[in-house]
Design a protein around this ligand. Structure first.
Ligand code: UD1
Length: 430
């Protein structure tokens, strides 16, 4: 199995092109199921999760065509791919295809809205908590669906004339449930009001794409989305938002090693709270026309406490990377995880580098140490795995990270991007 080998100690200098966001790409691709016409998506990242979702969509009957890229044009690194579900040939999303990735469950919204029925396996994904689907099912029931759970599958049926718009109130903010109910509501009869909706930029990206497809949605960027159902959606072309988690990850990598890197094709508004924390910790950050410049001297940063929050707060998907950064801070930082109940699995792995971290319930207390030692570590989930890479970049000696299939789910060309900025990092096969 492939591993990543890192020799720590090099500073990062240069430019990194930020890919399209995985968490935007997945719901955008799923939205193609809502129309028989072509949805063309630009700036799609080449990731294992995107590949897996293509297989799921093909199983439903979607035709997928990749456009030729110009290798000389950096802005065309992200792929342009068209998705056309002229007919839905299968309303079932089987266990074999959806068990690896939680987002694949979201197909239930469009399938139910367009076909009146769906049979979708209960989801899998990163083991960072129980991650139930109660909000999805309650929301779909509010739109009139009858739901049954049998043999690990959710079987959903719409009323005869289709889903019916209604008020849907989520007890807690959920990105996936917001995506799913919003997509389902675009083709429902009447108006749906989603209260306590997620405000994440990826939700706005999906809403904007749906509007281009003919949907009527207002309240984007707020906690209340109003969706007026329409009879049909049509084709459209849409560019995927830059990946704010990838942006934050590389900003933290530079903060860790020291150096100066321009993160291109991204935008500070997508992750202002995380950038503000980095600035407080002593990192220099400046906005440029089409990117963010990150500069750090590589000495221990100031410790700054962090609490994960829904957007616009500090993202849970940057918590592990931030913890890696704080293990070399000049003091003690408390990191509180409020979104997922089991998202500290990287703590045991970071300890192998010599980190001093104590966990008490939802809070990890990180006491900075001056020097990390290279170690053999194992990736436990998607974002946690990249925190081990960040630690490896400054650890003295050699680090090997195993189970890197987690990394391939969410970080496009990670080794290449870091290597071009001076890191000693490579993929090796056992
Ligand atoms: C999405 C992101 C993931 C990110 C997370 C939170 C994608 C592909 N994934 O995941 O990277 O970490 O948002 O920003 O976009 N919950 C319930 N019942 C439900 C649904 C959710 O209790 O029916 C809970 C979850 O267990 C969790 C919280 O709500 O504690 C937030 O989860 P949610 O926003 O749904 O996460 P995802 O959409 O799965």
């Amino acid at each position: 199995m492939a591993k990543i080998k890192i020799i720590g100690g090099n500073r990062l200098n240069g430019e990194i092109y930020i890919s399209g966001a995985k968490n935007a790409a997945l719901p955008l691709m799923i939205a193609s199921l809502l129309s028989e016409e072509k949805l063309v998506l630009e700036n799609l990242p080449a990731l294992a999760d995107v590949k897996q979702l293509k297989a799921i969509l093909k199983n439903h009957g979607t035709q997928i065509t990749e456009q030729e890229q110009n290798p000389k044009d950096e802005s065309s690194i992200g792929k342009t791919v068209s998705f056309q579900a002229k007919i839905i040939s299968d309303i079932c999303a089987p266990y074999e295809l959806v068990s690896e990735m939680r987002a694949s469950f979201w197909v239930i919204g469009p399938l139910l809205a367009r076909m009146g029925e769906a049979r979708v396996s209960l989801p899998g994904g990163c083991a960072i908590g129980t991650r139930p689907v109660d909000f999805f099912l309650d929301g779909l029931k509010q739109l009139g669906a009858k739901i049954e759970i049998k043999d690990g599958y959710v079987i959903a049926k719409a009323p005869k004339g289709g889903l019916v718009g209604n008020r849907v109130h989520f007890p807690k903010i959920s990105v996936g449930a917001t995506h799913t109910i919003m997509m389902a509501a675009t083709l429902a009869n009447g108006t749906t009001i989603i209260e306590n909706a997620a405000r994440e930029p990826e939700v706005g990206d999906l809403a904007n794409c749906l509007i281009k497809m003919g949907a009527k949605i207002s309240g984007i960027g707020t906690h209340v989305l109003t969706i007026e159902g329409v009879k049909k959606l049509h084709g459209a072309t849409h560019r995927t938002l830059p990946d704010r988690i990838e942006t934050g990850t590389y900003a933290m990598a530079v903060a860790m090693t020291g150096g100066e890197v321009l993160l291109k094709n991204t935008n500070a508004k997508l992750l202002q709270s995380a950038l503000d924390i980095l600035i407080k910790a002593g990192v220099e950050i400046s906005e440029e026309k089409n990117g963010i410049r990150v500069k750090a001297n590589g000495a221990g940063l100031r410790p700054v406490d962090v609490e994960t929050q829904e957007f616009p707060g500090f993202p849970t998907d940057l918590q592990a990377q931030y913890m890696a950064l704080m293990i070399r801070s000049a003091g003690v930082a408390n990191i509180k995880e409020t979104i997922f109940e089991n998202r500290f699995m990287h703590v045991a792995e970071l300890a192998r580098f010599g980190a001093d971290i104590k966990v008490d319930g939802q809070v990890a207390t990180v006491s900075g140490v001056p020097q990390l030692r290279g170690a053999q570590v194992m990736a436990t989930d998607l974002r946690a795995s990249v925190s081990l890479v960040i630690a490896g970049l400054v650890a003295k000696g050699e680090t090997t990270v195993s189970r890197i299939y987690h990394l391939d789910r969410g970080f496009e060309n990670l080794e290449e991007k870091l290597k071009r900025c001076g890191a000693q990092i490579e993929r090796v096969n056992d």
